[in-house]
Design a binder for this molecule. Structure first.
Ligand code: FAD
Length: 410
């Protein structure tokens, strides 16, 4: 029965990043990961500039670039109401939002998970992949014990701290009975990776045309992650969904978009109903939750990787600051995270209403919003929060009054 300072349950984005940061500082870390091979399950592949800032602080840039990631320094908003030349000239310069942050990063989720996990191992973390059932025994005044199964053998590992980084269905969260609040969005979002699209990697884009909201995130190696938000139905649930997704990228408002529509699918196509979820206190004595395990932001606004990076950095800072690893030591993290996720929920609500109302009224509201945003500090605050960090917008941007004012635009 080996003993570790930290057992990380879940070796994905958040868990592997923490392990890679703790191990070289002399903390003994065990990472338990369910998957032996990371698969494309249609997850986040676009990291906002504020997530990049956290990732840089964690020293993970080289690893993610070598995993096929690349910087995108412009974000274009196309649409029926704007000609493409004007849209491209008005692109948001992602590399100019935060000091020393070159832009947003696009990177494959399985590739990033694999690379971060390997880095953690190279830096001295002990990694176990392919674990079966994981359980946790935590009681006040005693050290936690993590029990896991591998190849039919059950292991028990005592430690000082368990980090639950095991995603939305977190075993650790459920073992602790930490309640998860959840709201369902009215947006359905699907994703598909394509390759050989003959598409540059300088700019990401999103927009609206007809009854769809589309997003595209190109990587330097010729892959592009496509996302589509549309009304759910047989076309999004049935065997034709890949073709439906590709056809949705035959866009009049995006130049050369038929190159994306004609590209080769390079992974599964899956659609999900959006949800937002949060925990008030993502910790207990001997345990702390990070990433999706602690609650997640609706993928429509692409914040989950950035949330995971900030969680990883914030929890690492606490653990390396001193010897106090009690629940009380994570109060600052819990407080900051709670406000961060509340602000992101406001951004999601406004973004969903603006982008996923596929009616003439919805179109008129989008036009009004894009016409006023740059000169309206509170609207700009919401947009900046999603790109440069939820703390960047003024507090009034997130008040109900401002949200109602935006949604009443026409
Ligand atoms: C459709 C969709 C699109 C998205 N788009 C974006 C986007 O563009 N940008 C963005 O920032 N975010 C996006 N996200 C969100 C983003 O993918 C997640 O928020 C992010 O991956 C969370 O990181 P994590 O480390 O918490 O979880 P993960 O990276 O999912 O890692 C969790 C790990 O835990 C492992 N695990 C689970 N249970 C156990 C267990 N019991 N024992 C051991 N291991 C376990 C899993 O195998 C996995 O490796 C999207 C999500 C979806 C669903």
């Amino acid at each position: 029965m080996e003993q570790f300072d930290v057992v990380v349950v879940g070796g994905g984005i958040a868990g592997s990043s923490i392990a890679a940061a703790l191990a070289p500082a002399g903390v003994s870390v065990l990472v338990l990961e369910r998957q032996t091979t990371y698969r494309d399950k249609v997850r986040g592949e676009y990291m906002q500039p504020w997530g990049v800032a956290e990732m840089l602080r964690l020293g993970l840039e080289q690893t993610l670039l070598e995993a096929g990631g690349g910087y995108t320094n412009a974000f274009v908003t196309y649409g029926e109401h704007i000609d493409p030349v004007t849209a491209e000239a008005s692109a948001i310069p992602l590399g100019m939002l935060l000091p020393d942050v070159p832009g947003a990063m696009c990177v494959g989720h399985p590739q990033a998970s694999e690379a971060l996990n390997t880095l953690a191992q190279q830096r001295g973390a002990h990694i176990v992949r392919g674990v079966g059932d994981v359980d946790m025994i935590a009681a006040p005044d005693t050290s936690p014990v993590v029990r896991y199964e591998l190849d039919g053998i059950v292991y028990e590992v005592p430690c000082r701290l368990v980090i639950g980084a095991d995603g939305r269905q977190s075993t650790v969260r459920r073992a602790l009975g930490i309640p998860l609040a959840q709201i369902e969005s009215r947006a359905t979002l699907g994703g598909l990776l394509v390759k050989d699209a003959d598409w540059g990697s300088d700019a990401a884009f999103l927009g609206n045309e007809g009854n769809r909201h589309f997003l595209a995130f190109p990587r330097p190696n010729g892959y592009v992650r496509l996302y589509l938000a549309c009304e759910p139905g047989p076309a999004t649930a049935g065997p034709e969904r890949t073709q439906h997704m590709l056809d949705a990228f035959r866009l009049k408002c995006v130049p050369n978009s038929e190159r994306l529509a004609n590209a080769q699918p390079a992974g599964p196509c899956s659609f999900y109903v959006g949800t937002d979820a949060w925990t008030d206190r993502p910790m207990a004595d001997g345990v702390v939750l990070v990433g999706d395990a602690a609650g997640w932001s609706d993928p429509l606004i692409g914040e989950g990787l950035s949330v995971a990076m900030r969680d990883a950095r914030a929890v690492t800072d606490v653990l390396l600051a001193g010897d106090d690893w009690s629940a009380a030591a994570f109060e600052g993290y819990a407080e900051e995270r709670s406000e961060r996720m509340r602000r992101l929920r406001v951004v999601v609500h406004v973004a969903t209403e603006l982008r996923c109302t596929f009616t003439p009224e919805g179109q008129a509201r989008r036009v009004a919003f894009s016409g006023q945003m740059m000169s309206d500090g509170l609207m700009l605050g919401l947009m900046l929060s999603s790109l440069a960090g939820p703390e960047m917008g003024p507090a009034e941007s997130f008040e109900a009054e401002n949200v109602q004012r935006i949604l009443a635009l026409a």
